[in-house]
Ligand binder design. Sequence first.
Ligand code: FAD
Length: 305
Amino acid sequence: MSVLLLADHDKGELSPSTARLVAAVSAFGPIDVMVVADNPDAIAANAAALAGVSKVLTVTAQNTSESVTNALLSAAGRYQYVIASAASVGKDVVPRLAAALDIQPVTDIIEIHGPSRFTRPIYAGNALETVVDPQPKHLLTFRASAFRPAASDNAAPVEKLDISIASAARFLAAHRTDSDTPDLATAQIVIGGGVSVGSAEGFRLIEKLGKTLGAAVGATRAAVDAGYAPNDWQIGQTGKIIAPDLYIAIGISGALQHLAGIQGAKTIFAINTDPEAPLVKIADVALIGDLFEILPQLTAELEKL
Ligand code: FAD
């Protein structure tokens, strides 16, 4: 059995999600990681260091979904598993691959029970289904945050694939929000703020606590819609899926669409004035009170540590 795994990368750096995918699928067989990028060398070097990687294949091409799909298609025939993360690139590329290879993909896997048996959330995370994939070749996407990362103690060989990638699409520019906080999807601690935070200035309190804890900061859709937090902070069914060790939910009611994004959180700490709020009910620890009183005190105490 052999595995072709697509590396996720951003700004010329390997994404932490790739280490998690490598560890997740290491039982499937030798793993070849494919890096498709304008300058793949530095990314490939980091991928080659991941424990469990047999080989890194580099393709020099723009990171458009068309190029990545064509690069994967050029090699996919030799592998029994083709794997990507259930993040934006994987979501874009895997349906194209599925159509080209005539395979039914299994997406959003959060648990592996065997070579062809997987658990994935359905109905916006309100139920989990376990499926058996009877196809001889498997096309799978994984929620990276559900798995622990592989160690970086390997030195796998890097092989340049000399193929020309046809693509009608051309990458022009990326418009992104620059942030020095950890990535929401892979952070170990996430602090989420709700609409009751009241303003973008109110969110500065949450960011301050985030800096103190080295946490990523997220928000509910209501807070994003109110303009208090940027779109890419949204957690939930129509936002990002998180699976941190600790989720601190501040002034968040716990609507189903928000809960759909936090089901992988291992410990939940809620701050809310309402003891009956659904998020308070599912929290491991809850502080009932006004976030504007609790937050500054909590941050000040943590800063002393
Ligand atoms: P509210 O529900 O208004 O809750 C505010 C909470 O703050 C309450 O629990 C209240 O007790 C508490 N509070 C008030 N004042 C204070 C205070 N001073 N101190 C402490 N606590 C206080 N939502 C998402 O989050 N993510 C999604 O991806 C998402 N997708 C959606 C998709 C669809 C199709 C739809 C219809 C909705 C979606 N929503 C999503 C919206 C969702 O239904 C809720 O409206 C939203 O999550 C509520 O956000 P909230 O908890 O900030 O606000």
